[in-house]
Design a binder for this molecule. Structure first.
Ligand SMILES: Nc1ncnc2c1ncn2[C@@H]1O[C@H](COP(=O)(O)OP(=O)(O)O)[C@@H](O)[C@H]1O
Ligand code: SF4
Ligand SMILES: [Mg+2]
Length: 321
């Protein structure tokens, strides 16, 4: 544990609204090694984005959080604001689904990049300029030096996402968190951006959030499957694809268009919907949708346990697979 770059210990996050108490994260434990590429997958509303924000210590006022988020030994939930800000500035970086929400629409791409470099690294204007062009070339933005003068809205979605990745890499972070970075892009551009993320994370850790298991598997070494604010399965890409152990993971794998499993099953869709976060059922939250549910599932929360080295699942079914 002590050698983890990021260590989450029983992380719980809830929101107090006028109507309800919403449980977004219900006890997350995770250890991410330096240089490891981890994919986090799950349907919309399962808590993936909140996990990113909590990891960065970015929480709204109505959030109640407990547990620990340790980055390189520092607990971001209890550290002073200055320490958290310093870590966010140069050790942790986030790439959002919509780059427009993170880029300043009133500043040129060049200005946004150079200002950060001048501020953080105290580079001269000329040195910052050269470094920014170099970064834009690294993220394969066509005609990088010309694009330095462009405003975000003058670029295509794919180009903007390249700029966002360049922004995230500016200070050479040790952990890159990408939250659905290609969801808003065309399929052809998606592949390019994913390849870019893989290269960008060669010397750093990556936490890649996606609702697409196959997309995450193309880039990551280990995958976590999330459901209703909990991890329900964790394993290597090989474990998850060849020996998926949780009924929800199996459902996700079967529900992909064009998927042809060993038995060449017809396209499947998981019945029902994920629970509303203020109405999470007792016991296993997946039980109302699970074809294998039995009485125990409805009242007892299955703990996450290791079924073989490095492969974990939270399910009451017999571990013999
Ligand atoms: N500020 C907030 N107040 C209340 N509920 C919130 C807030 N932010 C997120 N949520 C709820 O937390 C749950 C998890 O959200 P999120 O992490 O965005 O899911 P995902 O990224 O997996 O789609 C959702 O049900 C969402 O509505
Ligand atoms: S614990 Fe029960 S309901 Fe939950 S996934 Fe396993 S079999 Fe299905
Ligand atoms: Mg999200």
């Amino acid at each position: 544990m002590s050698r983890s770059l990021l260590w989450l210990d029983n992380l719980r996050l809830s929101f107090c609204t006028s109507e309800a108490q919403i449980e977004a994260l219900r006890g997350i434990n995770l250890s991410l090694g330096a240089g490891e590429r981890l994919g986090i997958v799950g349907e919309s509303g399962s808590g993936k984005s909140q996990l990113c924000f909590a990891t960065l210590g970015l929480l709204p006022d109505n959030a109640q959080v407990s547990g620990r988020v340790c980055f390189d030994g520092i607990d971001l939930l209890t550290a002073d604001a200055q320490t958290v800000q310093r870590l966010r500035g140069n050790q942790l970086a986030m790439i959002f689904q919509d780059p427009m929400s993170a880029l300043n629409p009133y500043l040129t791409v060049g200005r946004q990049l150079t200002e950060v470099l001048r501020w953080h690294e105290r580079l001269s204007r000329r040195a910052a300029q050269a470094r920014a062009v170099d970064l834009l070339e690294r993220v394969r933005l066509p005609e990088a030096s010309i694009r330095m003068r462009a405003y975000p809205h003058e670029l295509s979605g794919g180009m903007r996402q390249r700029v966002m990745i360049a922004m995230a890499l500016l200070c050479e972070p040790r952990l890159l968190i990408a939250d659905e970075p290609t969801t808003a892009l065309d399929v052809t551009v998606q592949t390019d951006i994913m390849a870019l993320l893989q290269t960008a994370s060669e010397r750093r850790a990556l936490m890649l959030i996606s609702h697409d298991l196959h997309l995450a598997a193309g880039v990551c070494q280990r995958i976590v499957v999330m459901y209703a604010g909990l991890f329900v399965e964790i394993g290597s890409v090989e474990d998850l694809f060849t020996r998926p152990a949780h009924p929800y993971t199996r459902g996700l794998l079967r529900a992909v268009p064009g998927h042809q499993g060993p038995a060449r099953e017809p396209l499947y869709s998981i019945p029902g919907q994920p629970p509303q976060p203020d109405q999470i059922p007792q016991g296993c939250a997946f039980a109302p949708r699970c074809e294998q549910a039995f009485s125990r599932c409805h009242h007892e929360l299955p703990p996450l346990h290791e079924i073989r080295a490095g492969h974990w699942r939270a399910c009451h079914l017999d571990a013999a697979l």
